[in-house]
Design a binder for this molecule. Structure first.
Ligand code: PMP
Length: 432
C-alpha cells in the first residue's frame, strides 16, 4: 500500500463518519489540498494536471470567481423574496445565450434540483407522467430524479413511468443512422408506455450523452427524436449540466450542436465554478400556469452570491475566450489522441467535442468487446504519473477527458504524453 499512513487514517475516519455510500477515485485515492487553474496539489506537494474536473471549468480557484463570491458574501446574502439586481441581471445574461423562445430562468442549487423542477413542470403542464431517457443516463439524485439515473445502478427502483432507450453508439451504429435509430427507440418506448396506459410527458437527454459514453456526432442527430416527442405531445428537456457553458467548443450549449430549441434547458456544475448554483431556462408559457398555482422558492437558489459567482463565470468565458479555447485546444487533444489510437488496436474510437473527449478501449478490435481493465489501467497509470482523468460508459471502458476549460496547449501535451505512455506501457506488458 503506497498511501501515506495519514491518508490511510483519514480514509478510515471518513468511512466511519460518512458510511458506505461515498466513493473515492483511483486505486490510490488522492488527498488534494490546493488547486489553481488546471493544477491540483496533494498533501506532499505533488502536482497533478486536472483533466477531469468540469465543475472548476474556469480553472480551480479562479481569482475573479473567488473575488465575486467573497465580495458579495461580505455585502449581502439573502434570497429571492427580496428585490435584488444580481439575479435579474444574471438571468438576463443567461437568457441572452439561449434561443428567443426560452424566455424565463429559474434557479436552484444542484443539477438534480434543476432536473427535478423541469420534471415537475413537464408533468404539471402536460398532465402526463411518462419520461423517456437513455439507457445509462445520469440526471441526479433526488427521489424523483434518481429513477432517471440508471447509471446509479440496477438497485435504484424505477417505476413504469420511466422508459429507457439505447443511447447513440459510435461503434455499432453508422453516423448516418444515428438519428433514425434514436428516434425509432423513442417511438418504441412511447408505444410500450402507452400500452401500459402512460402518456409521454417528456424526452430528457444529456445533449452530449456524457454517462452513456459521449456521443457528439454527427451534429443534428438528435433532431428526429425531438421532433417525434413533440408530435406525440411531449416536451423536450435538454440536460446541459455537462455539455453546457461552452465546453463543447463549437456552441455554448450542447443542444445548439443539434440545431434545436428545447422546451426546457437544465444547467449546473460549472455554472458557479464550484459555488452551488443551477438553473432551468424554459419557454415562458410552460411556467405560466404552474407559476400561478405553485409558488417556487428555493432558499439558496439564485441568491446574490450565487448570481455573483455565475456572472463571474460568464465574464471569464467571454474575456478569456474559453469557448474558442475549448474548440482549439480540444481539437489539438483530439488529433493527438487519434495519433495515439493509430498505434493501438485497443483504441476503437476517439470521440469528442471541444474539451470533452472520449477514448473507447476494447480488448478485441474485431468484436469491439469493451475492455474495462485497460481503461482502469490507463486511468490509474495516469494518476500515478500526475494526470487525472476517469472512465465511464456501459462497459466502463470509455476514458473520459474533461479538463478545466482554461487548459492550454502545453498542458494538453502533458496529458497526451501521459496517455501515450499509459497505452505503450500496457501494450509492452501484454507483449511480455
Ligand atoms: N445531469 C447531469 C448530466 C449530470 O452529469 C449531473 C451530475 N453529474 C446531474 C444532472 C446532477 O447534478 P448535481 O450533482 O449537481 O445534482
Amino acid at each position: 500500500d503506497r498511501l501515506p499512513p495519514e491518508d490511510r487514517a483519514l480514509i478510515a475516519r471518513r468511512e466511519k463518519v460518512l458510511g458506505p455510500a461515498y466513493r473515492l477515485f483511483y486505486e490510490e485515492p488522492l488527498h488534494i489540498v490546493e488547486g489553481k487553474g488546471v493544477w491540483l496539489w496533494d498533501k506532499q506537494g505533488r502536482r497533478y494536471l486536472d483533466a477531469y474536473n468540469n465543475v472548476a471549468s474556469m480553472g480551480h480557484c479562479h481569482p475573479h470567481v473567488v473575488q465575486a463570491i467573497a465580495g458579495q458574501t461580505a455585502v449581502l446574502n439573502t434570497h429571492t423574496r427580496y428585490l435584488h439586481d444580481g439575479i435579474v441581471t444574471y438571468a438576463e445574461r443567461l437568457l441572452a445565450t439561449m434561443p428567443d423562445a426560452l424566455g424565463h430562468m429559474m434557479f436552484a442549487c444542484t443539477g438534480s434540483e434543476a432536473n427535478d423542477l423541469a420534471l415537475r413542470i413537464a408533468r404539471s403542464v402536460t398532465g402526463r407522467q411518462g419520461v423517456i431517457i437513455t439507457r445509462l443516463a445520469y440526471h441526479g439524485v433526488t427521489e424523483s430524479v434518481s429513477e432517471l439515473s440508471p447509471s446509479l445502478g440496477d438497485f435504484v427502483p424505477r417505476t413504469s413511468r420511466v422508459r429507457l432507450i439505447d443511447a447513440p453508439n459510435g461503434l455499432r451504429v453508422s453516423p448516418g443512422e444515428q438519428g433514425a435509430k434514436l428516434a425509432s427507440g423513442l417511438a418504441q418506448a412511447i408505444a410500450e408506455m402507452r400500452a401500459d396506459g402512460i402518456e409521454p410527458a417528456a424526452f430528457l437527454v444529456d445533449t452530449i450523452f456524457s454517462s452513456d459514453g459521449l456521443y457528439p456526432d454527427p451534429a443534428g442527430f438528435l433532431k428526429p427524436a425531438v421532433d417525434l416527442i413533440r408530435s406525440e405531445g411531449g416536451l423536450f428537456i435538454a440536460d446541459e449540466v455537462q455539455p453546457g457553458f461552452a465546453r463543447t467548443g463549437d456552441t455554448f450549449w450542447g443542444f445548439q450542436r443539434h440545431d434545436l430549441v428545447p422546451d426546457m434547458v437544465t444547467m449546473g456544475k460549472p455554472m458557479g465554478n464550484g459555488y452551488p448554483v443551477s438553473g432551468l431556462a424554459l419557454r415562458p408559457e410552460l411556467v405560466q400556469e404552474f407559476g400561478m398555482r405553485a409558488r417556487y422558492f428555493n432558499t439558496f437558489g439564485g441568491n446574490p452570491v450565487a448570481a455573483a459567482a455565475g456572472m463571474a463565470v460568464m465574464d471569464i468565458i467571454h474575456e478569456e475566450g474559453l469557448q474558442e479555447n475549448a474548440r482549439h485546444t480540444g481539437a489539438f487533444i483530439k488529433s493527438g489522441l487519434e495519433a495515439i489510437a493509430r498505434h493501438h488496436a485497443t483504441i476503437a474510437q476517439v470521440r469528442g467535442a471541444g474539451l470533452f473527449l472520449a477514448v473507447e478501449c476494447v480488448s478485441d478490435p474485431d468484436t469491439n468487446a469493451p475492455d474495462a481493465a485497460l481503461a482502469a489501467c490507463v486511468v490509474n497509470h495516469l494518476r500515478r504519473n500526475g494526470v487525472l482523468i476517469s472512465a465511464s460508459g456501459p462497459g466502463a471502458n470509455i476514458l473520459k477527458i474533461r479538463p478545466p476549460m482554461v487548459l492550454q496547449q502545453a498542458e494538453a501535451q502533458i496529458l497526451l504524453d501521459a496517455v501515450n505512455d499509459a497505452f505503450a506501457d500496457h501494450a509492452a506488458h501484454r507483449a511480455s
